[in-house]
Write a protein that binds this ligand. Structure first.
Ligand SMILES: [Zn+2]
Length: 307
């Protein structure tokens, strides 16, 4: 066990600094401090999977395609449109989201940024399929705690704030034992905060972890003793989680929240400035039904793509 294990930082401690964080809670994703992630095999040359690579890629592509297809088909159907149209166009959007994850897991500088943009275009296509609008007519792209809305016919651009992501960023800035990694932040297109030679510990949990992603904000344990190979995989692993959370918020939580907000007396001007990202809560809830960390589909995908 690495020596840093004994000096964990409670960087996500109970009673966080901001009320906004109450919306997000704590992440369900815990990683054991093993040389390889769960589900992978420790080879002499590094960590690998027993299954052939093509099988894993095909599984991820199929899962993302199916998620997009069902989202597009079912929502368009319930809105009075065509299940078939939503299904087909949703599948296309899901496939593009997979391509973005594939890119984000690569090691070159800017891979996370490019992959995040590509995946967001794919998830926007799913959302457009749900709403019976042309596939690329409205794009929702992440930009730190801001989300840009682009109407491509007129190339009109608007911006909304993600209060949950902003809360996590403000928390991290205020936490003395975390510091922003500008290089990684710019490369990933997502805020990345590091500990220095300390592992992370989640609120109310005795398990230590090397990485957590909440609402697209990444927290990493920068512990040299874990080794450069582990650090590379951990960073790629969290980049995939960022894209997964984008996917859920673009396809599900923001459209649902906007629908609910439009039916409340809340001033439309105020709610139109909000991007509602409850992806971390969704994954935490789903994680409760799948106790084994390595059995959760989103973990398997991250582990595989970052192997
Ligand atoms: Zn994970």
């Amino acid at each position: 066990m690495p020596p840093a294990e004994n000096q964990a930082v409670r960087c996500l401690r109970r009673g966080g600094l901001l009320a906004l964080l109450l919306l997000a809670g704590t992440s369900p994703r815990l990683l054991a401090q093993n040389p390889c992630f769960e589900g992978s095999v420790d080879h002499r040359a590094g960590c690998g999977f027993g299954a052939p690579r093509w099988a894993g890629e095909l599984t991820s592509l199929s899962a993302n395609g199916l998620l997009g297809a069902l989202t597009g088909g079912l929502i368009q159907h319930f809105r009075g449109g065509s299940f078939q149209d939503g299904f087909v166009r949703g599948a296309l959007g899901g496939a593009i989201a997979y391509a973005g994850k594939r890119v984000a897991a690569e090691g070159f500088s800017g891979a996370g940024w490019i992959g995040r943009g590509v995946a967001a275009v794919g998830s926007s296509a799913v959302r457009n399929a749900s709403e019976s609008t042309p596939s690329f007519s409205h794009l929702t792209l992440p930009f730190g705690p801001l989300w840009l809305d682009i109407d491509t016919p007129e190339w009109a651009v608007g911006a909304r704030v993600d209060p949950v992501a902003l809360g996590w960023i403000l928390y991290a800035v205020a936490e003395n034992e975390l510091e922003i990694d500008w290089s990684e932040t710019l490369s990933d297109g997502a805020p990345v905060f590091l500990t220095r030679n300390r592992s992370l510990q989640l609120s109310g949990d005795s398990v230590h972890t090397a990485g957590v992603t909440n609402a697209g904000v990444v927290f990493l344990a920068d512990v040299p003793a874990f080794g450069s190979s582990h650090a590379r995989r951990q960073r790629a692993h969290e980049r995939v989680h960022v894209l997964q959370e984008d996917q859920l918020s673009i396809m599900w939580t923001d459209p649902l929240a906007q629908w609910v907000l439009s039916r409340t007396p809340a001033p439309r001007g105020a709610t139109s400035l909000l991007f509602v990202n409850l992806s971390t809560e969704i994954l935490r809830t789903l994680g409760g039904a799948i106790p084994e960390h390595g059995d959760r589909p989103w973990e398997l995908e991250s582990i595989f793509l970052a192997r």
